[in-house]
Structures are given as C-alpha cells and as structure tokens.
Design a protein around this ligand. Sequence first.
Ligand code: FES
Length: 115
Amino acid sequence: MTKTNQMITIHLFTGPADTEGVAVQATVGQTLMAAAVDANVDGIAADCGGTLTCATCHVMVREPWLSRLEAMPSDEDSMLDYAACAREANSRLSCQVKLTADLDGMQVDLPASQY
Ligand code: FES
C-alpha cells in the first residue's frame, strides 16, 4: 500500500556561493516545481504553471538523485532548449519532476536566471 502525504526534504541551491541551500519540505507525488513554489523559493518562476510551455522552472539535479529520476520525455527535452540559461547535462524542468520517496534529500541547483 502506498503511504499518503509522505514528506521528503529537498535542498535548493541558488548559486556556487550558496553552500547552505534552502531546505524545503515536499510531499511525495507533487512536482519539484510545486514544492519550490509552495515554499516561495526565489529562482523558480514557473510562469506556465507546469504545462511545459515556459522553461522558467529550469533546475540542475545533482547525483545520485538525477539517476533516480524517470527518463526525460522528448517534449521536456525540446523545451529545455528554450531555457534562459544554457542547459547542462543534469538540467531538468522541475514541473516535470515528480517527487518520490527515494528522492529524499535531493540537492538541486538553480540557474542564474529563468529569463
Ligand atoms: S513551469 Fe513552465 S515549463 Fe515548467
């Protein structure tokens, strides 16, 4: 049976000088974007609200969590090309990253800008 409302912690880093990061409590099943927006984290704009049409929810996911994500669908891959900051090998659009229990402790870097 799946637990409901299981909470995990994710850590968002705003740049190379940010060694502390912001710890956000998130619910399993919600998206990484929603967790960040709910916590009022600066750096994720999410203008389209998660409909995969804006690329302003760009993040870079650190290992080992990156490898635990589902493979990137082609539409997300295409939209990432429109991100304001050049995509990196570990770039994802956070509205497409669904949080699972094995992502607890996930560390995520935010780009310098979403515009
Ligand atoms: S919120 Fe617009 S693409 Fe993710």
